[in-house]
Design a protein around this ligand. Structure first.
Ligand code: SF4
Length: 327
């Protein structure tokens, strides 16, 4: 156990310093600096608006190929890799891939429904993750339940998991999807009490072939989204403001990989996959449409290295784990 923790510290912290501080970033192909990798389609929730079910995708990448992806993205000029799903914690080799991503100098984040995070796994995960985004749409357990976000305790569970994340000094982000059911809410008191570093708010989106039936009754208009935005605008404790993403803004402002390591986009509506060899991402990246302006407009670039915290945290995490082992 002691050796394993020491290996984690040696592996993540030292390599992270080498890359993020000493290695200049040289973007290749002018690609977006941030990638969302939907590493698995498996999920233990059943959100009605979910468009990440990847219904036509069979299986997932074997560990050996998955481990090559972070390094390739780094070489292409990517700076930040976000693991999404499905629920990324259901990917069986997640820890190894996170470790690889951190070791090659990427800023690493994960969007999770939070249900599988616990005090045991978060200690290890905190060595590799700079950010965790938790999904929380409503203050009301009934509404969350009707939206399909797990059992009747998603709100209270998210509050607890957010606390756990902050205790481990991982950046905390909250992701909210606005639908017909939560449209009239004022989330600000709950968000203030959770006190995340970032709050992202999305207009529910319909994707043909994915969620077109289940999402249809939940869709809202652009005007309705604007009214939600006016009601929920705020300044978070760290001075940041919520990032509101309409359907239009989302369409071309993400660079995404599916569970099989293929680039995909939905710029024209339904998901389109770019033929991609996951061991040779450089060959297919040029065919992916993305819009730098939309990326900047949605606040895609921010202080994701958390410069004012990272170095102190790394040292503190290290000494914390060493102390735990000593007593
Ligand atoms: S938690 Fe996320 S991946 Fe799972 S069903 Fe809900 S939206 Fe989809």
């Amino acid at each position: 156990m002691k050796q394993r923790k020491q290996d984690i510290l040696n592996g993540s912290k030292s390599n992270c310093r080498n890359y993020s501080i000493n290695t200049p970033i040289k973007p290749i192909n002018n690609i977006l600096p941030s990638v969302n990798w939907h590493i698995t389609k498996k999920c233990n929730f059943d959100c009605k608006y979910c468009f990440a079910g990847f219904k036509d995708v069979k299986g997932m990448l074997p560990k050996e190929i998955a481990l090559e992806i972070p390094r390739q993205l780094k070489d292409l000029g990517v700076e930040k890799l976000n693991f999404a799903g499905g629920e990324p914690m259901l990917y069986p080799h997640l820890m190894e891939v996170l470790k690889e991503a951190k070791s090659c100098g990427l800023t690493v984040s994960m969007v999770s429904n939070g249900s599988l995070l616990d005090p045991d796994n978060i200690s290890e995960i905190s060595c590799y993750l700079d950010w965790i985004g938790l999904s929380l749409d409503s203050c009301n357990e009934d509404i969350q339940n009707k939206l399909g976000r797990g059992p009747q305790n998603h709100v209270s569970n998210t509050v607890k998991k957010a606390q756990l994340i902050k205790e481990h000094e991982i950046g905390l982000k909250i992701n909210t999807v606005v639908t017909k059911l939560n449209l009239n809410e004022d989330m600000r008191p709950l968000i203030r009490s959770i006190n995340p570093e970032r709050w992202k708010v999305f207009q529910v989106m319909k994707r043909e072939g994915e969620n077109h039936n289940s999402a249809e009754p939940l869709l809202i208009t652009q005007d309705e989204f604007e009214r939600y935005k006016e009601r929920n605008d705020m300044v978070l404790e760290n001075g940041s403001t919520p990032k509101f993403e309409s359907n239009e803004l989302m369409k071309k402002s993400y660079l995404m990989l599916d569970p099989l390591g293929r680039f995909f986009h939905s710029a024209n509506g339904p998901i389109e996959y770019i033929p991609t060899d996951p061991t040779d991402l450089a060959s297919s990246i040029k065919k992916v449409p993305f819009d730098h302006e939309a990326f900047e407009e949605r606040g895609g670039r921010y202080d994701w290295e958390r410069n004012e915290f990272t170095m102190g945290n790394a040292d503190e995490k290290s000494s914390k784990l060493m102390t735990e082992e000593s007593i």
